[in-house]
Write a protein that binds this ligand. Sequence first.
Ligand code: FES
Ligand code: MG
Length: 578
Amino acid sequence: MTQDRLKPGDLRSSRWFAPDDLRSFGHRSRMMQLGYSEADFRDKPIIGILNTWSELNTCHSHFPERVKDVKRGVAQAGGLAVEIPSISVDESFSKPTSMLYRNLLAMEAEENIRAHPLDGVVLMGGCDKSTPGLVMGAISAGVPMIYLPAGPMLRGNYAGKILGSGSDAWKYWDERRAGNISDAEWLGIQGGIARSAGVCMTMGTASTMTAIADAMGLTLPGASSIPAVDSGHMRMSADCGRRIVEMVWEGLTPDKIVTGASVRNAAIVAMATGCSTNAVVHLIAMARRAGVQLELDELDALGRITPLIANVRPSGKDYLMEDFYYAGGLRALMKQIEDRLDTSAITVTGKTMAENLEGAVVYNDDVIRPLSNPVYREGSLAVLRGNLCPDGAVMKPAACDPKYYQHQGPALVFDSYPEMKRAVDDETLDISPDTVMVLRNAGPLGGPGFPEWGMLPIPKALIKQGYRDMLRISDARMSGTSYGACILHVAPESFVGGPLALLRTGDIVRLNLEERRLDMLVDDAEIAARRAAWIPPEPRYGRGYGHIFSKHVTQADKGCDFDFLQTDFGPGAGEPDI
Ligand code: FES
Ligand code: MG
């Protein structure tokens, strides 16, 4: 490292513990209240373990054990570890959507780090929003940090068949609605689809975001691919503990790691893995915390030149995260595309990405494909523009039937989820396979919270005719485990008067993926007349956290961070010095 190693007196925590004054006496006496002697905490890196465990976060149920491993590593390296519970932001149960709480976690992480005598932090997360939330907060806090990803759960299994998180739930639900699955089979699938600790094991949002943290250099190399219940995960956790102590002495802060180069690396890797559409929102938000102004069009440009080489569902056809790990994991994938990355980027190891990738090998080239045999010739995401989405919309062409890449059809518009739900269950619904189904008022403010409703269910009337896909548009997100011809994140959202609010049932909608266009074929004068007649809806929240969210959340193309948390909003109060 270019910087000299810190001396004990330089430690951030020494501001709490070193001075011979009354306030520091209080801090030291409280450490002794915890049973620590001065030898435990004086002149030693204090490492905060930000743990997003809760009994309702099914994906982090192994974290209480892993905390012990991290502590073991920290102690061996000469630090003192303290566990700090953090809001869990679980995907499994949070209503209306965990996305409402990503920024709350980011705020909590930042303030917890800043307010306490911490020299470095280990961030324990994995379930979808917990990765961006923790990373956003820790970047803003600015102390050395290392990300400890929860790891994917084991493959699902039922009756000898492999089950993938989310993806197979949707698939078999359609079959159940078509009358093809019995109650007993449905119960068997229910018990087999999530059968160990860990995050969803498709390349959903969780595995996408942990891969992004890995590619950004924020995890130990390849850590994101290790299954949650593999003993390697325990060893990785102890390694995180050992490494963070060294990072403190090296002064290796996140601003040295999260740079334009590492963000671009992360975006390229995300495209090559067949990432969740949610990557777009979170990556923009994380980058902007580091002062990197990532834009949607840059992501689209990277998408056009990056082949998708991870054959992992839902973009890939055959495999799951466990297979990806056995095939060499993220390091092996990055090795395949090494010449497209800026491998001079510094990582938490203190080494460059190039050094971290040395010796990485692909063990199964059907899972991690060579560039000469990609799953899909371009990256997995495309950004659309047009008179329906002037500030952008996102699509995942790799996860839908190519026949929808050029499509024109009449809109069927729903203003709310319950209205849509009633219609899709109506077997007499007047609908054709060309129909473009639209759900609005489902964005950051309208949802509220930007829920994952974007994979609109296929109407029963079409399911019975054998159809399993159709073009769908919304200002919602969709789960990273979802698939199909779904256009998402329409910005500005309809709730704030984006053009989607002006679309009517029967209007013709046209998608041209090659040109990245999404338009309603309605003339400008008519659109202007509808705009003049549009009445803004009442705000969703009159009080509470939702009120803060409604006042300050930015639109999808800006990453949905709160405006006042963005780096360019204004100066912070700095480090506490009293
Ligand atoms: Fe936690 Fe999917 S529910 S990662
Ligand atoms: Mg998810």
